[in-house]
Design a protein around this ligand. Structure first.
Ligand SMILES: Nc1ncnc2c1ncn2[C@@H]1O[C@H](COP(=O)(O)OP(=O)(O)OP(=O)(O)O)[C@@H](O)[C@H]1O
Ligand SMILES: [Mg+2]
Length: 273
């Protein structure tokens, strides 16, 4: 990727290059909710144009780690972080970084589909575009972005004849792909997915998995999943977490065949969790 990314648009500071081996990196990252120490000293590289899967038992800190990567964590009162998260080498917790700008570059999709119920399919996708005051995109431009995002989310063919219909009138699987389209509309460099298929049927799950597999051609994906088969199917690298700590990270095939830590082996062979 050669495009330049800046998180400091407002200040107009120099723009570092978006190219480089790691779109996202954490260094000695700790995350807390009040006195709960949910993520413990995690140092993790998430290489560009790869899918990184985070697995581990319930409560081990997967969602919390994911939410530190676009500063959603801090939207919870009492939440705080220490250590660093680098996005293309920039510290996203630096004072001058605007979290709203960051989240346009580092998009997120949650476990349950969260379409805006009063909006049409089209407006749901367009809602992801931040319109600068006095710089409203033309309708034709918005339409083009909406079509691109819906095509990328593999939903265009199913909804193209009812773009003005309510987003609540489509199936749960379609709603989740709509939320993915909404996240893709801002052309993020990184997409964070927190158990995106947990509420979907097998056919919809397969569609979302195929989509995740495809997206790596243009972006970096980090996916939290309870489902080890899913991690094995869609990811290039897998991260195993336990009690807030990163136990092991390895290429997915290595992780699921010859894990190096006995705790990873116990988990993937179903002996706990
Ligand atoms: N809003 C919150 N307030 C206080 N503690 C929280 C909050 N959210 C999560 N925690 C705690 O932080 C720890 C990590 O939770 P997290 O949601 O990251 O786990 P997880 O691995 O995503 O679990 P699951 O697989 O069940 O989604 C847990 O001990 C949890 O109870
Ligand atoms: Mg979770």
């Amino acid at each position: 990727m050669t495009e330049l990314v800046t998180l400091r648009e407002v200040e107009g500071a120099p723009m570092p290059s978006a190219s480089g081996p790691c779109a996202m990196r954490t260094i000695g990252l700790d995350a807390y909710f009040g006195s709960v120490h949910a993520v413990r000293s995690v140092s993790l590289d998430m290489p560009s144009n790869e899918v990184t899967a985070i697995i581990g038992p319930s409560g081990c800190g997967k969602s919390t780690l994911l939410r530190t990567l676009n500063r959603m964590h801090e939207t919870v009162p009492t939440a705080r972080v220490s250590g660093q998260v680098l996005f293309h080498g920039q510290d996203i917790y630096a004072d001058e970084v605007n979290p709203i700008t960051l989240r346009r570059h580092v998009g997120m999709v949650f476990q349950r589909p969260t379409p805006f119920p009063t909006m049409s399919i089209r407006d749901n996708v367009a809602a992801g575009l931040r319109v600068q005051a006095g710089d409203k995109p033309r309708r034709a431009e918005v339409d083009a972005i909406v079509e691109r995002a819906l095509r990328e989310a593999a939903l265009w063919d199913e909804v193209k004849d009812r773009l003005n219909a309510s987003a609540t009138g489509i199936s749960g699987g379609q709603q989740q792909r709509l939320c993915i389209a909404r996240a893709l509309a801002t052309a993020p460099h990184v997409l964070l997915l927190d158990e995106p298929t947990a509420s979907l049927d097998p056919a919809s799950t397969q569609k979302v998995e195929e989509l995740v597999y495809e997206l790596r051609r243009t972006m970096t994906v980090v996916i939290v999943t309870h489902n080890m088969q899913q991690a094995a199917r869609v990811s290039d690298r897998t991260v195993f977490m336990l009690a807030g700590e990163l136990v092991e990270t390895a290429p997915t095939r290595v992780m699921f065949t010859t894990p190096s830590d006995p705790r990873t082996e116990a988990y993937i062979t179903g002996r706990f969790g």
